[in-house]
Every structure is written in C-alpha cells, then in structure tokens.
Design a protein. Structure first.
Length: 130
C-alpha cells in the first residue's frame, strides 16, 4: 500500500509543478500584451475559474468576454453583457464586471451572472465552436 501512496504523492507533486509552470508561462505571455488585451485575458481566465469553483453545475473550459457584444472598458475595469463560456460542450451567455489591478496582471474583483444557453444554431454567427 505504501508504494501506491508514494506514487500518488509524486503524481500530485508533478501535476502541481506543471500547473505552476503553466501559470508562470501565462504570466510571462501576459506581460507581452497591450494593457487592454491583457485585462481581457485575465478576466476570461478568472471567469472560468470562478464559475467552476462556485456552486453550480458548470465547469467551463473556455470563456470569452466579447462573444455577443463588446464589453466596455473603463480604466482597469471591463463591464460586459455579451460574454460566453463553454461547459460540457455547450455555450452559455454571461454578463460580468471584472476589475483588474493597475498593471492589469491580476483580477481584483469579479462579479457575474449566468444567462441562457446559446443555441448551436447561433454558434457560427458568434464565432463559437464545439
């Protein structure tokens, strides 16, 4: 039984290191983007994490702030009603307000409301995919 436990601990460590490495790569790539795009990227990522962690049936693997309509940028904040996220192969509309840090590398506050499922017949119009 001990070898299995050691293997599980080792695997957990490898997975944590991989996640940490991918986060480091993500942070490095963010610094190369213009501030507006950087804010959109951190808000998209934060939307996926928050929706996944909150008590609901959704587990997003993709989120975009500007699917149905373009969000408003006000200093370090994005306010949008036309965002979308994909969960278990289906796209859902969401509205949100995302405030970033002054350097736009981190999310300071994030509020959202999940809307209706987006019919597959609208996916091409919105640039969505399976």
């Amino acid at each position: 039984m001990k070898p299995v436990f050691v293997l599980l601990v080792t695997m957990a460590s490898i997975i944590a290191d991989s996640a940490s490495a991918s986060d480091a790569r993500f942070i490095a790539s963010l610094s190369k983007l213009d501030p507006k795009t950087r804010l959109e990227q951190i808000c998209d990522l934060h939307a996926m994490k928050r929706i996944d962690q909150d008590p609901n049936p959704y587990h997003p693997d993709r989120a975009k702030a500007d699917v149905i309509s373009h969000p408003r940028h006000v200093k370090d904040t994005i306010i949008g009603n036309g965002g979308a996220f994909r969960s278990q192969g289906r796209w859902y509309q969401f509205s949100f307000e995302c405030k970033g840090s002054p350097d736009r590398m981190h999310v300071v506050s994030f509020n959202y409301k999940i809307g209706k499922v987006i019919p597959e017949s609208k996916w091409a119009e919105y640039g969505l995919w399976r």
